[in-house]
Design a protein around this ligand. Sequence first.
Ligand SMILES: Nc1ncnc2c1ncn2[C@@H]1O[C@H](COP(=O)(O)OP(=O)(O)O)[C@@H](O)[C@H]1O
Ligand SMILES: Nc1ccn([C@H]2C[C@H](O)[C@@H](COP(=O)(O)OP(=O)(O)O)O2)c(=O)n1
Length: 238
Amino acid sequence: MSTTVETASAAARTAPAAVIVAIDGPSGTGKSSTSKAVAAQLGLSYLDTGAQYRAITWWMLNNGIDVQNVAEVATAADKPVIVSGTDPAAPTITVDGEDAAGPIRTPEVTSRVSAVSAVPEVRARITELQRSIAAGAEVGIVVEGRDIGTTVLPDADLKIFLTASPEARAARRSGELKGSDLATTKEALIKRDTADSSRKTSPLAKADDAVEVDTTELTLQQVIECVVTLVEEKRAAK
Ligand SMILES: Nc1ncnc2c1ncn2[C@@H]1O[C@H](COP(=O)(O)OP(=O)(O)O)[C@@H](O)[C@H]1O
Ligand SMILES: Nc1ccn([C@H]2C[C@H](O)[C@@H](COP(=O)(O)OP(=O)(O)O)O2)c(=O)n1
């Protein structure tokens, strides 16, 4: 046996296996804030899959694609080059080399993203990208979205499904969007969640083996501590 092979197998015996964490749930439940903090605290990578769906939507809107036309969206789905930076302290997203972090958060993108992300060709393309990023995370990764535990990473070591009352979620979102009306924010949020939960291809859903955490009455810090404890338990058992 060569020294290289011996060294590699010794490393495999001692290095802890990468830990994969899937965090799903509707809008405003705290997925992004929790995932970033947990990843940073545990030295893991972080992937915001919603940002990827927003990025492809932004590209379609900029490139004259009629986002209500499923065939047109499907044909264009593999055109933009989307790159996600997975450092939880400074996550990034670029489309065709251009920084898209700001423009993907506009109300226009937010109101169109559910239609674009319901198209199967878009989901297939983005899912493949997500799986390859997760496979490349050496220490492990926290991936947040809507279908991570059910479809993208069904073998994740830990699956969390965050929930919160529509009132709490709208109040949180309203706090971020300066000058926005609470009732309008709540209506838009419920409309998007309904669209995301009722689409045919990998809808927003809790995986059977996910741990559900209702964050309505919890502080963000309490949610972070809860998830960190669950990840540490999984790591210890690996
Ligand atoms: N448990 C919580 N209590 C109060 N505010 C929270 C809580 N979790 C998240 N937030 C705040 O709510 C807003 C939305 O959180 P975010 O993490 O973006 O949710 P999501 O990714 O699920 O849409 C942020 O401003 C965040 O700081
Ligand atoms: N895994 C995912 C993640 C997001 N999406 C879609 C559905 C969501 O409404 C949009 C935007 O997701 P994002 O996480 O940015 O939404 P928030 O505004 O943070 O709640 O993307 C999806 O279909 N599948």
